[in-house]
Write a protein that binds this ligand. Sequence first.
Ligand SMILES: *Cc1c(COP(=O)(O)O)cnc(C)c1O
Length: 396
Amino acid sequence: MTNPSDTAFPPPAMGEPYLLTPGPLTTAASVKQAMLRDWGSWDGDFRAMTAELRRKLLAIAGDVDGTCDCVPLQGSGTFAVEAMLGSFVPRDGKVLVLANGAYGLRAAETLRYLGRAHAVIDKGDYLPPRGDEVAAALAADPAITHVIAIHCETSSGILNPLGEIAEAVAAAGRKLLVDSMSAFGGVAFDVNTIAFEALVSSANKCIEGVPGFSFVIARKDALEAAAGNSHSLSLDIHAQWAYMNKTGQWRFTPPTHAVAAFLEALRLHEIEGGVAGRRARYTRNRDVLVAGMRALGFETLLKDQWLSPIIVTFFNPAHPAFVFTRFYDLMKEKGFIIYPGKLTVVDSFRVGCIGRMDEHVMRRAVGAAGEALFDMGVDDATPPEAAIAERARLAA
Ligand SMILES: *Cc1c(COP(=O)(O)O)cnc(C)c1O
């Protein structure tokens, strides 16, 4: 039975601002309500919840014939990236990191901690790694065994061309690991068409759950082969998988409330029409946001071709009266939490399109941005010449 409130987007509870952020994000009231009860971690009811969660995530990834399995893991997304790298890359393996922002660089940093050999293709903030570059790098270095790609690089909002990357990796006979943290559930990922070993995502992004755990979707043969690779007890994906399959339980205390909330979030995801329905809403959110902000004079970091439906980066205006912290506070007063930029070169801020909100909310957010500019005395939101020149130079 569909509850009418399932398909509406009422504002968050009294005085709560919308989170226009890439997660944690605004969740449905019913997702929050699902946490108002306690669960025994070993109890049959909770084991059934874990099984349902794994089954539904595999269905979202299109795994119809059981070639893959899903392993939830305690901790935020970064824990899962570290667990994936440590579990699937043998200690004598070498990883090619495809970086175009903070999360790609974090994967490289993680490999440094793990003591795994790695090489990096760093495209800066503006551009995606392309299939032909990946092919050339793999041809030039036979020691590389694995490639890690970031599906949506959340620091800029760029949606990387995973299909052509996966083709290049498979053609070279190497293995692909995917950080699909901010894309899975909102952007299609089909295990039948993408040649990959493992991907990771987390509870508080496009599925719209609350923070507390992450999950790995991996080929069963890759999970088998991962035995003994991990440097870490708690981040050993193979051990978590084997124990979960044997007992139906998590190895260590599970985030029971976050799992209950996630099941409700999965139910809403299904009602909305799965990945296609969710992507359509996020895309409308983005289109309304980008058109409205451009009408105010703001400019996006990325060309339209690379804009994701997840999050959009805007340059700070050049106007001397524009101060980001003041803009942030004014937006918050008007009911919207935005996100600082994470670029290495120019000043920017980000606005997320994901979470429990629709285009009407985005229209109000744009209205709030216009009012905030007015309140600050900024009559022109054009970015500095230098930002535009930098963008043009790097995108040439
Ligand atoms: C959110 C995110 C992560 C993980 O971040 P946490 O703060 O650990 O949840 C990793 N990669 C990408 C691309 C992300 O968007």
